[in-house]
Ligand binder design. Structure first.
Ligand SMILES: O=C1C[C@@](O)(C(=O)O)C[C@@H](O)[C@@H]1O
Length: 226
């Protein structure tokens, strides 16, 4: 199981053959099933060392999965694999009840549930950031919010709310996408964000503004004094 008790750096990829290259810097691999070719076979054949966080993102939240039943079935199957330590489920999928089967399957198989929300247009007001993360905590072991920073200062409210939840003992993962939010990926873990995402190959970024894996590891470790 991935507990996310401490900061966990995920190498985000659609190709599990990347895992050996990720080992030097990552704590886990985020397997983007929605971007992957033949994800079932990749999972079945996976014999890497790093635990997997499995994501099958639908189009409304920035992914490429189109058939919602098939998407959720793939997640239910994925959590039966021993290497899968966590599954990502969108907050909207939880709110409309469709994610219930995946949550149950995850917990039956000892996998954590990361409940995520993405805002690709901007950064919500501080009380709304708190509200979204609070809703996600109702369903998940970890609540994750990725916003879009238009100005560098958009990150300030995200830092404050992340810090507040961390002090309250909640597991929260936050990041600001986009160039103006890039520094947030290094800074938010200092204030308690539990998950970071970075591609092994910078050309294969899974979100705008990501650092490459080695750079994010270095920055986070330096800033956290590790
Ligand atoms: O939800 C997230 C966060 C993310 O969008 C990011 O901004 O790093 C990257 C995605 O791969 C992951 O599923």
């Amino acid at each position: 199981m991935l507990s996310f008790d401490d900061f966990t750096l995920c190498a985000a990829t659609a190709d599990l053959a990347d895992e050996p290259a990720a080992r030097a810097h990552a704590d886990a691999v985020e397997f983007r099933v929605d971007l992957a070719a033949d994800s079932d076979a990749q999972l079945r054949d996976y014999d890497g060392e790093l635990p997997l966080l499995v994501t099958n993102r639908h189009e409304g939240q920035g992914g490429e999965a189109t058939d919602d039943d098939a998407r959720l079935d793939a997640l239910k199957t994925a959590v039966t694999h021993d290497a899968v330590g966590a599954v990502d489920l969108e907050l909207d999928t939880c709110l409309d009840g469709r994610g219930e089967g995946v949550r149950t399957a995850a917990h039956e198989h000892g996998a954590s549930v990361v409940v995520s929300a993405h805002d690709f247009d901007g950064t919500p007001l501080r009380q709304d950031i708190r509200g979204i993360l609070g809703n996600a905590l109702e369903y998940g072991d970890v609540a994750k919010l990725a916003v879009t920073a238009i100005e560098r200062t958009d990150v300030l409210d995200l830092i404050t709310v992340t810090h507040e939840y961390d002090v309250e003992g909640e597991r929260i993962a936050t990041m600001a996408m986009g160039e103006a939010g890039r520094h947030s990926r290094a800074v938010l873990p200092v204030y308690g964000s539990r998950i970071g995402y970075a591609p092994v190959d910078p050309a294969e970024a899974t979100a705008p503004g990501q650092y490459d894996l080695a750079t994010l590891r270095q920055l986070v470790d330096d800033l956290r004094g590790e």
